[in-house]
Design a protein around this ligand. Structure first.
Ligand SMILES: [Zn+2]
Length: 162
């Protein structure tokens, strides 16, 4: 048999460009990557939590590994309420960094008073013009499709449906 048939190979061009990890703004959430992995584990299980110092009782947000009040590292995770009041809010209209470019603008960013702590988060399902200080909002757990294989989650809020 003649052996002058050339070898054939095939290459392909990726259909979409994968987002480099540097442009992914969400934290890696496992024990290997963060010392507050328990916060993300709890959130994945449906509960918003944070750390409370067992020495001075201070409740922190975001969760800590050392108490900023008394420097104790004896901290325990405690449940936070899933509803709170809008304390302040603003609207993001544009200028998103590259990694967030697929997020739709405008969107509302607010400070939510949960009682034990105040935190800032995106507030979904409401236009800036329709939101008021004092409005009641509730937790939304957001699953992140990412350039990693981890099941990652984050939190947002939305107005309490009446
Ligand atoms: Zn403390």
């Amino acid at each position: 048999m003649s052996d002058d048939t050339p070898t054939r190979k095939r290459v392909s061009v990726p259909e979409e460009i994968e987002l480099p990890r540097m442009l992914d703004f969400y934290e890696l959430q496992t024990d290997d990557h963060t010392q507050i992995a328990e916060f993300y584990d709890n959130l994945r299980d449906g509960q918003l939590t944070t750390t409370q110092c067992q020495d001075c009782d201070e409740i922190h947000f975001p969760p800590r590994i050392v108490c900023p009040e008394c420097m104790s590292d004896d901290l325990e995770y405690v449940d936070l309420p899933h509803t709170g009041e809008v304390l302040a809010f603003s609207e993001v209209r544009g200028g998103l960094p590259l990694g967030l470019a697929d997020h739709e603008t405008p969107y509302v960013l607010g400070v939510v008073d949960l009682g034990p702590v105040r935190l800032s988060a995106r507030i979904d399902d409401v236009a800036y013009a329709d939101l008021e200080i004092g409005d009641e909002v509730e937790l939304v757990i957001v699953e992140i499709d990412g350039p990693t294989d981890e099941d990652r989650v984050f939190y947002r809020f939305k107005p309490v449906s009446e």
